[in-house]
Design a binder for this molecule. Structure first.
Ligand code: GDP
Ligand code: IMO
Ligand code: MG
Length: 427
């Protein structure tokens, strides 16, 4: 059996945590392949609500082995506080595996993230301030610290020295901050080594052997397609590849292993942080979506920017990820609108454009072209099958499916595990 990828089809916060948790009971491994604790994945199980940042959402399914792949950046302090938080609530986390090749978010990476954003002022990205970008920058610059480096003090010291050489110049001379002491960083990092050791594994080997043994492996993306460093709205993106290809590099499995790529798609659109967002609403409809949808960031507590569904973006996500299915979430939030606008194309400099423009300048000017779809007023949160939905809700789903280019195989009608309509099985 196959490997599946589950990823965000918009700007993140589509409901990936809920969808992963839903499948977690039926899969053997859930793997995070990129990002770090910039993610905030909410999982609601019965009356219990969990907010996961770094750990794969599969950690809540007892039969499932959660894996942090080589492509993830790991802040050890966050890791241990998340683990102990779950342990206190009775969740067994002992099966967790962490790649020895994953990079460590060091305290200086967090500092650099914060000072850089402050310096950018009005031009800031609106990062989560968790050190994500600077850690990936160190990785690409070949001065990153990997999990395995914690087990060789001399190598670790050399690497921290190399990394801080330039950074301390920058921090003291340019940003007017205090230099960071090598010894202090090394001591802090070494302090995590023993606690981390039971989890560290050759996850590439483990996952490929699992696939050889017909186990089911689910790759859980953080962030979303439009936040991808290559395919997103650069520079207003995160510093990794949440898109499907990222699962291969970030976990060490070949593309031929992956049989299904599921895009999580919110029935409207949200975004956190800066950057273009054609269907963004600044009126009472935007406020209503934020209020009804509870659109507040899980990681930073920032209000999410809200807007109508954008089919141009959904089509783009289908294309760059090779999506085989969509999981449409939060349809229940749209209950009560008489008419629901859906963006079917853009108008850019007076011309109608059907596909996402590759030029960011054009995208910044894109004005949504809306089609109005009839709404519904019935409560849909108890719907179990597609035919339980009111006719107009069915038509809304069908219209989105047609515009977006892949079948909608599940629909979320509430935050809970069982508040889901399954149309086609994922497994
Ligand atoms: P993620 O980052 O993609 O995992 O998404 P977040 O957890 O940041 O945000 C999604 C929010 O929507 C969470 O509060 C979920 O509990 C909630 N949610 C997920 N699916 C549904 C749904 O179908 N309906 C409703 N009303 N809420 C949902
Ligand atoms: P989940 O997994 C929404 C956004 C930040 C910022 C940009 C860069 O919960 O969907 P970073 O700290 O990654 O360098 O910030 O990316 N961002 C997210 N937005 N959901 C997320 O994760 C995000 N992770 C990062 O707001 O605009
Ligand atoms: Mg989130």
């Amino acid at each position: 059996m196959p490997a599946l990828v589950l990823l965000g089809a918009q700007w993140g916060d589509e409901g990936k945590g809920k969808a992963t948790d839903l499948l977690g009971g039926s899969v053997d491994y859930v793997v995070r392949y990129q990002g770090g604790n910039n993610a905030g994945h909410t999982v609601v199980v019965g009356d219990q609500k969990y907010a996961l940042h770094l750990l794969p959402s599969g950690i809540l399914s007892p039969g499932c082995t959660p894996v942090i792949g080589n492509g993830v950046v790991v802040d050890p302090s966050v890791l241990f506080s998340e683990l102990s938080g779950l342990n206190e609530r009775g969740v067994d986390t002992s099966k967790l595996l962490i790649s020895g090749n994953a990079h460590i978010i060091t305290p200086y990476n967090v500092t650099v993230d914060k000072v850089t954003e402050r310096f950018l002022g009005k031009r800031k990205i609106g990062t989560t301030g968790r050190g994500i970008g600077p850690t990936y920058a160190d990785k690409i610059n070949r001065v990153g610290i990997r999990v395995q480096d914690l087990y060789d003090e001399s190598i670790l010291t050399q690497k921290v020295e190399a990394a801080l050489d330039v950074k301390n110049q920058m921090l003291t001379k340019f940003y007017n901050r205090r230099a960071i002491a090598v010894d202090q960083v090394v001591e802090e990092l070494l302090g995590y080594a023993d606690k981390l050791a039971p989890y560290v594994a050759d996850t590439v080997l483990v996952l490929n052997q699992a696939l050889d043994d017909d186990k089911v492996v689910l790759f859980e993306g953080g962030q979303g397609t439009l936040l991808d460093i290559d395919h997103g709205t650069y520079p207003f993106v995160t510093s990794s590849n949440p898109t499907a290809g990222g699962a291969c590099t970030g976990a060490g499995v070949g593309p031929t292993r992956i049989s299904r790529v599921i895009g999580i798609l919110k029935a409207y659109t949200t975004r956190v942080g800066a950057g273009p967002f054609p269907t963004e609403l600044f009126d009472e409809d935007g406020e209503a979506l934020r209020r009804i949808g509870g659109e507040r960031g899980v990681t930073t507590g920032r209000d999410r920017r809200c807007g109508w569904f954008d089919a141009v973006i959904a089509r783009y996500a289908t294309r760059v990820n090779g999506l085989t299915d969509f999981f449409l979430t939060k349809l229940d939030v749209l209950t009560g609108w008489e008419q629901i606008p859906v963006c079917v194309a853009y108008e850019i400099d007076g011309k109608r454009v059907e596909e996402l423009p590759y030029s960011q300048s054009d995208f910044h000017h894109a004005k949504p072209v809306y089609e109005m779809l009839p709404g519904w007023s019935e409560d849909i949160s108890k719907a179990k099958t597609f035919s339980d939905l009111p006719k107009n809700a069915q038509a809304y789903v069908k219209a989105l499916e047609e515009m977006s280019g892949a079948p909608i195989s599940a629909i979320g009608v509430g935050p809970g595990r069982d508040e889901t309509i399954e149309i086609n099985s994922f497994l």
